[in-house]
Write a protein that binds this ligand. Structure first.
Ligand SMILES: Cc1cc2nc3c(=O)[nH]c(=O)nc-3n(C[C@H](O)[C@H](O)[C@H](O)COP(=O)(O)OP(=O)(O)OC[C@H]3O[C@@H](n4cnc5c(N)ncnc54)[C@H](O)[C@@H]3O)c2cc1C
Length: 398
């Protein structure tokens, strides 16, 4: 019998497995894919993540494809361009996730890869995970780190299905490019771009230049996502016209992906089971970024489960400690970000850019939130106050 069965070996599952195994617990890490594997993603995150998880810093040369230093924001009507200097690390997910996976295995987590977990059941004295092919394994506790379409969230009743308004559908391509093609277009600073509400639909397009690829993507919120293929093609054509993309750019490997951008589930645990990362909706509603949240939650989950296993008490009361800790750390930021999502996807976004153009402080606040580098996330109240202040200042010519 395992102490913990971790379902999903992405950033959340692999991080939890690593910390649990390091504590000497018997952990199995199940993934339907074999590693290295690709995950549709922009691959951007705050460079501070490498300090939070120092074992990553040591192997950064294996996945880090540069630090993009200047964010460029384009208004929906494309008339206004705001810039902010905020660093964002850019990586290839295939390599990043593989380093996380290997780090977990090195610490002693047992990989069970290339096999899908079909169901979970919870009994009085253990949990049971049934794998494809009907083999099953037993563990004291299960971690559901199986992404946006989590089987564990469904089976536990924590989330039967995301409502479409809480999902952003994406299309993304990692376009191979030569170093000079990248520097000519994005400078040595690797300027990264965001395009608000492309095609008049709520969401945004992005370009994250990396050392030898240009990551281009588009996400559209909720039912509006039907327009995704059409708007993505138009976005690519626009980038070619603006010479931000080579005429012969290879987009043949463009992929689709989903992100839960409606905020976290109201509850992330039941007896003998916890959820983390995308399965629990721990994703920024403004940027769709979730790597850092998944990894932080995983570290908290490992700390709580270590205590739970020592105490031989798997009740939901003691597991509730996990939810308290992660909400205490980053739970509040989601409320602000949801509000900011509503503001940034509203018909007033062009007006906000107009106001932001006049004030460096607003540009700084928005750039930080978009690059996921703000320590506390976006402070919507401060942003609104600052916006009102700028309006007053303009009307009274202060
Ligand atoms: C297009 C796109 C762009 C994004 N860009 C960014 C970005 O730039 N920065 C950022 O921070 N975030 C970004 N995100 C979000 C980010 O990818 C996720 O938040 C992050 O991967 C969450 O990690 P996770 O471990 O929770 O889940 P995942 O990374 O999704 O890992 C889940 C794992 O579970 C496995 N799995 C699923 N079901 C089963 C099953 N039944 N049995 C066994 N294994 C299973 C999967 O194979 C997968 O390996 C983006 C997402 C998308 C779709």
């Amino acid at each position: 019998m395992y102490d913990v069965a971790v379902i999903g070996a992405g950033p959340g599952g692999a991080t939890a497995s690593r910390y649990l195994a390091k504590k000497g617990l018997k952990v199995c890490m199940i993934d339907k894919d074999t590693f290295p594997r690709d995950k549709p993603c922009g691959g951007g995150f705050s460079e501070g993540l490498l300090d939070e998880f120092p074992y990553l810093r040591k192997r950064a040369n294996e996945f880090l494809k540069g630090v993009a230093r200047v964010g460029v924001l384009h208004s929906p009507n494309r008339r206004i361009v705001l810039k902010g200097s905020v660093d964002m690390a850019v990586a290839l997910r295939t390599d990043f996730d593989n380093v996380l996976f290997e780090s977990a295995v090195e610490e002693g987590a047992e990989p069970l890869v290339g096999i899908r977990a079909k169901s979970v059941r919870f009994h009085k004295d253990h949990s049971e995970v049934t794998l494809k092919g009907s083999e099953s394994i037993k563990a004291h506790v299960v971690i559901g780190a199986d992404g946006v379409s989590s089987m564990v969230a469904r089976e536990t009743g924590l989330n039967r299905r995301w409502p479409s308004s809480m999902i952003t559908a994406c299309r993304v391509a990692e376009v191979p490019a030569k170093s000079n093609e990248i520097i000519d277009r994005y400078t040595e600073n690797l300027n990264y771009h965001f395009y608000a509400n492309l095609g008049g639909l709520p969401g945004y397009g992005w370009i994250f230049p990396k050392r030898d690829t240009i990551n281009i993507g588009l996400g559209i919120v909720g039912t509006h996502a039907q327009g995704l293929p059409r708007v993505f093609d138009a976005f690519v054509q626009h980038l070619k016209r603006e010479n931000l993309l080579m005429q012969d750019a290879d987009l043949s490997k463009a992929k689709g992906g989903l992100v839960p951008t409606g905020g976290p589930l109201s509850r992330s645990y039941v007896e003998r089971c916890i959820l983390l990362g995308d399965s629990a909706g721990m994703v920024s509603p403004i940027t769709g970024g979730g790597i850092a949240y998944a990894m932080r939650a995983a570290r908290y989950a490992a700390a709580v489960l270590t205590k739970v296993i020592e105490a031989d008490n798997f009740g939901s009361g003691i597991l509730g400690e996990y939810e308290k800790i992660w909400r205490n750390d980053f739970g509040d930021t989601f409320k602000d970000q949801l509000l900011a999502q509503k503001i940034f996807t509203s018909p007033f976004t062009d007006l906000l850019f107009e106001i932001g153009k006049r004030d460096e402080k607003i540009q700084e606040m928005v750039s930080e939130a978009i690059a996921e580098s703000a320590e506390e996330g976006i402070d919507v109240k401060k942003l609104i106050l600052r916006t009102i202040f700028v309006c007053f200042r303009a009307s009274f010519r202060l």
